[in-house]
Design a protein around this ligand. Structure first.
Ligand SMILES: Nc1ncnc2c1ncn2[C@@H]1O[C@H](COP(=O)(O)OP(=O)(O)O)[C@@H](O)[C@H]1O
Ligand SMILES: [Mg+2]
Length: 287
């Protein structure tokens, strides 16, 4: 029988739900907090398996911490959900956009610039309003709605002062004329298991639950299912939240989340998401 681990640097509602689901399934889940331990890069598979399990659900809030842990675990042959490649792609909005583009999946028009000059040229092409996002980030943080050239300039100037090279990769996107909601589809393996609308709160344009957005059930139409499954496939599959917007030209995928926060989706749909994630992990075969 596969033995299972959960790596988590913060036990949130979601991790508690996974721990409960594992207990319900009679699985002795190994819960590892990477903040209180260290890892040996030369560990063999047996040693790592004893500590982490044969299959590991990696749920670090810190993208870079999670990615580096996954690299060590996979290097010794352990199976990680999600895999290094999937996490790397989904954790970076540019890499995700490239994967979607390669697979021909509809997405908002996105331009990338590296300096203030490039940004102003890109915005001339996109028009206003436009959206600027950090390539690595979540919860709607630092995502700006740019209404004119002056505000673009102010944002670029403040970003230039941040000593984080990623902040000087300017990810610029058309503003999608959508209803005040987006759609989150949870894909586990090759199944779209649940979907919710996320409505933005009154004083906020972003729909993130972390920004006060509320989740409501969303029917999984065949169009939505097809796009979500193709999008999950384009980044390499796993446990993924495919986020989309309803645009005048149909559904557009704007983001795929690899460490899925499913609380809102669960409360809206009552689908047993933690149970399904545990089942998926248990069914994973050792390579
Ligand atoms: N191009 C866009 N047009 C309109 N709204 C957008 C656009 N991009 C993002 N948003 C809104 O901002 C939210 C956060 O953007 P997203 O790309 O999902 O970043 P994050 O990783 O921070 O959640 C989205 O859920 C959506 O409500
Ligand atoms: Mg998002």
């Amino acid at each position: 029988m596969t033995n299972l681990g959960l790596v988590s640097d913060r036990i949130r509602w979601d991790e508690k739900a996974l721990i409960r689901a594992a207990a319900k399934a009679g699985i002795d889940l190994k819960v590892i907090d990477p903040k209180t331990t260290y890892m040996n890069t030369a560990s063999n598979a047996e040693d790592l398996e004893m500590k982490f399990g044969e299959v590991v659900i990696q749920r670090c809030v810190s993208y870079f911490r999670g990615l580096h842990i996954t690299a060590i675990l996979e290097n010794s042959g352990l199976q990680v959900i999600n895999s290094f490649d999937v996490s790397l792609t989904c954790g970076n909005k540019l890499f995700t956009t490239l994967a979607l583009s390669k697979a021909g999946i509809p997405a908002p028009k996105t331009l990338i610039a590296f300096t203030d000059k490039g940004v102003s040229k890109a915005l001339e092409e996109l028009g206003y309003p436009a959206v600027m996002k950090p390539v690595v980030g979540s919860w709607g943080r630092l995502i700006a709605l740019i209404r004119d050239k002056d505000s673009a300039q102010a944002i670029v100037e403040s970003r230039e002062r941040i000593s984080n090279a990623l902040m000087q990769i300017y990810y610029l996107q058309e503003y999608v004329k959508r209803p005040p909601r987006d759609i989150r589809v949870l894909v586990i393996g090759d199944e779209a298991v649940a979907a919710s609308y996320r409505y933005s709160s009154e004083d906020e344009w972003r729909t993130n639950v972390a920004r006060g957005g509320t989740s409501k059930p969303c029917p999984i139409t065949s169009e939505l299912e097809e796009i979500a499954l193709k999008a999950a496939d384009a980044v390499g599959n796993g446990v993924l939240a495919v986020d989309c917007m309803e645009s005048p030209r149909g559904i557009l995928v704007h983001e795929i989340n690899s460490t899925v926060e499913f609380r809102g989706l669960y409360s809206a749909t009552k689908v047993d998401i933690p149970g399904k994630i545990i089942k998926y992990a248990m069914e994973m075969k050792k390579k």
